[in-house]
Design a protein around this ligand. Structure first.
Ligand code: HSE
Length: 446
């Protein structure tokens, strides 16, 4: 094939953003060019990269040393999208401000590959409609779980299933912090600083530690699994900022690890289905596979009615894992099959999911600060008994009489609403100091 015919048959790519992930994408496209050309049947050529700061991007490109032409960087994102020789747009800039450029690309019939979970969680339904209207596709594997192909698995590999439940570790920063606290006894603040240094955390790390980042990913995955539109703000979401080393040590003593989990459960609600969604720190039995997912790794366990549980584990954040997901999407779109599948994807249909937290039963860990005095435990036990809550274990360490000591109980299955009502009564007892900690327990009974 002559050079000119190769170029005329090439698929031109435009990219928005040249940060950590964008540079990883450029590197993969350069290093694996021949392999990708063979997989697609035509070369993929990065024509232009739109960035806010052209000088900074040019310096980063020079440092990468992969022969990127400094002239390929531009601040004019619209002109880049409109180029005739750009057939597909990669959006790795992130943030809700990307809605305009993504819509512009789609309305010009150009498919978009994006890692932008916030944008999809906020406007996925409308963007999907725009894409379909203009015969374009949106591919978004990189938006959830970094390099793990969980979107592809859920949509295509598990397409034969009704999804009963999904349980995921979907935020690498939180998992990194919890692992550092559990395995190295590191303080929360030191572990967060380390996760930021390693580049896992969002620019605003409160998105990670508040659980919001995991909720956005859960909204995307659940909308695909259940074909419903989900308002991410309606997902009950608790982060890891209230956890301390004492909770983690108590969990370990009882055979559990604490993990921030994103949970979706389908249940029958009269004639129709309903879905319960939540993000919360949970006690995970150390015998369960999810408790072995450490550091910045992510995992998703999917319970399909025909497959049973399958679990996907891998790097949930970081440059090359995320770039891998982006470039794999580019290949799938370039190959044509993804666009065809996208037209009928089980994605937002306009049906809104009821997001329910209280109806579903669970087991709970409760930590109380109790005055070590005669009858104190009996008072707590009375409230629990009157609320119909059955205890499965109790733990109290030796303490001097009259001191406040942590007392831990775990329960058998109970409604969350019954648990919360009982906790409110317990916290008002004179023998209890401060607020109770209550975390869901995930084990083989759940
Ligand atoms: N801040 C995210 C995380 C990056 O820690 O998982 C990947 O979305």
């Amino acid at each position: 094939m002559s050079e000119s015919s190769t170029q005329s048959e090439a698929i031109g790519l435009g990219m928005i953003g040249f940060g950590t992930v964008g540079q990883g994408v450029a590197q993969l496209l350069h290093e694996q060019a021949a392999v990708y050309a063979a997989r697609v049947g035509r070369p993929l050529v990065l024509r232009q990269v739109a960035v806010r700061d052209v000088g900074k991007a040019q310096a980063a490109a020079a440092a990468l040393d992969i022969g990127l032409d400094p002239k390929m960087f531009t601040a004019d994102v619209d002109a880049m999208i409109d180029r005739d020789d750009v057939a597909m747009v990669i959006e790795v800039a992130g943030g809700l401000a990307m809605r305009g450029p993504v819509e512009r690309s789609l309305t010009r019939g150009k498919s978009v590959v994006t890692a932008n979970k916030s944008l999809l969680a906020a406007a996925g339904s409308s963007l999907f409609a725009t894409a379909r209207e203009h015969d374009a596709a949106i591919a978004f594997e990189a938006s959830c779980g970094g390099g793990i192909p969980i979107v592809t698995s859920l949509l295509f590999g598990l397409g034969a299933n009704r999804i009963e439940a999904m349980v995921g570790i979907l935020n690498g920063t939180c998992n990194y912090i919890l692992t550092a606290m559990t395995q190295r006894g590191q303080s929360y603040d030191a572990a967060l600083a380390e996760a930021q240094e390693k580049g896992f955390a969002e620019a605003d790390p409160t998105l990670d530690i508040s659980g919001r980042d995991a909720a956005e990913k859960l909204a995307i995955l659940a909308s695909l699994a259940y074909g419903i539109e989900i308002d991410v703000d309606s997902i009950p979401c608790e982060g890891i900022d209230r956890l301390d080393l004492e909770n983690i040590a108590l969990a370990a003593e009882m055979g559990y690890d604490i993990k921030l989990l994103a949970i979706a459960q389908r249940y029958e609600d009269g004639p129709g289905d309903a879905v319960s969604l939540r993000v919360e720190p949970c006690f995970v039995d150390q015998d369960m596979p999810l408790s072995d997912v450490h550091g910045s790794f992510n995992a998703l366990s999917v319970d399909g009615h025909a497959t049973g549980v399958t679990t996907y584990v891998g790097h949930g954040a970081g440059q090359m894992p995320t770039a891998s997901a982006v470039v794999s999407d580019v290949l799938n779109v370039a190959n044509g099959w993804y666009g065809q599948a996208f037209a009928r994807l089980g994605a937002p249909t306009g049906r809104t999911a009821p997001v329910v937290t209280d109806e579903l039963k669970g087991r709970f860990f409760v930590r109380l600060n109790m005055v070590d005095a005669p009858g104190a435990m009996a008072k707590v036990a009375t409230v629990l008994g009157e609320s119909g809550i059955n205890l499965s274990s109790i733990l109290q360490h030796e303490a001097a009489a009259g001191q406040v000591v942590p007392v831990v109980v775990t329960t058998h299955e109970v409604d969350r609403s019954a648990m919360d009502a009982a906790l409110a009564k317990i916290e008002s007892l004179r023998v209890i100091a401060g607020r109770a900690t209550c975390l869901r327990v995930l084990d083989f009974e759940d």
